[in-house]
Design a protein around this ligand. Structure first.
Ligand SMILES: C[S@@+](CC[C@H](N)C(=O)[O-])C[C@H]1O[C@@H](n2cnc3c(N)ncnc32)[C@H](O)[C@@H]1O
Length: 276
């Protein structure tokens, strides 16, 4: 499906600008935190666990380095962070993982579920991260990036904190094409909001979910945004008929962002590749 306009960021119903959108997203996740895990596992038909694990495995080599500084953005109740932890070496002195989210209620669940010194959960905004430039070896985000009020700013902030030569991975929902896409849309737009509303008692949050996926750039557009932010080797690997997928790319070595966008000779072509 052709998207005539690339959305600049999430806009929950009733929000007019980026500030409104951020406040609405934060409020929504605080309100659904208590039922988030149950609804998520049920509505994704259990595929969420598979997708977190696959995404974490993609970065197994970085995760295996005890000294690596790893940040999971929009960590919510911590399941992606937990999947990353499973691949960390169990050695004394390994750097703890850091999970960042701006919803205090989601973080409170995360801290209860993962009561371990191997993860530090901090309250913070993905658009203004509390980390120095070039200090992080891997940034991940699972099903959270789509909710940012400005995608280009989100990518710029990831670029800023990554060490040159380091990677990020963004796991996101996607609207598949073809017949699977039609079935997906029926499920996502007609069935999921009803059950999500019933489980959470917050129907608006589960009307926002399909709207936010529909609004989010398709893989070719998202890859263009990633390249425009200065990353190289941008690629998307689709999971489960393309119902979700992992975007990944590298902050180039020894190159400032101003030098790199699309015209860079270093920029390798981006790729889209769907695995079932
Ligand atoms: C759909 S949940 C995903 C949670 C978790 N990563 C998972 O896979 O289950 C999205 C999370 O992104 C967080 N979020 C959205 N915008 C954010 C922002 N600007 N800064 C920090 N967290 C944000 C929300 O609070 C929410 O917890």
């Amino acid at each position: 499906m052709i998207q005539p306009i690339i959305a600049s960021g999430a806009r929950p119903a009733g929000s007019e600008d980026e500030q409104d959108a951020s406040v609405a997203v934060q409020r929504m996740f605080n309100e659904i935190a208590a039922t988030y895990d149950r609804a998520n596992h049920l509505l994704s038909l259990g595929l969420d666990r598979l997708w977190w694990r696959r995404s974490a495995r993609f970065f197994a080599a970085i995760l295996a380095r005890p000294e690596a500084q790893i940040v999971d953005l929009c960590c919510g109740t911590g399941d992606m962070t937990g999947a990353l932890l499973n691949l960390r070496p169990d050695v004394p002195g390994a750097t703890p993982l850091v999970g960042v989210d701006f919803s205090a209620q989601m973080l409170s669940r995360a801290r209860q579920k993962f009561a371990t010194p191997k993860i530090i959960f901090i309250e913070g905004d993905a658009l203004r991260l509390p980390f120095p430039d070039g200090s992080i070896d891997l940034v991940t985000a699972a099903f959270g990036f789509r909710n940012l009020s400005n995608y280009a700013d989100g990518l710029a902030e990831i670029y800023r904190v990554l060490r040159p030569g380091s990677q990020f991975g963004i796991l996101e929902c996607n609207q598949p094409s073809g017949l699977v896409g039609v079935l997906y849309l029926i499920y996502f737009k007609r069935i999921l909001p009803i059950f999500g509303g019933l489980i959470s008692g917050k129907p608006a949050a589960y009307r926002y979910l399909p709207e936010s996926v529909e609004r989010f750039p398709r893989p070719p557009q998202m890859l263009s945004l990633i390249q425009a932010a200065g990353f190289t080797g941008a690629a998307w690997t689709g999971y489960t008929f393309g119902a979700s997928g992992l975007y990944h790319a590298t902050r180039p070595e020894y190159t400032s962002r101003r030098d790199t966008p699309l015209c860079s000779r270093d920029a390798r072509p981006s790729s889209v590749n769907v695995r079932l």
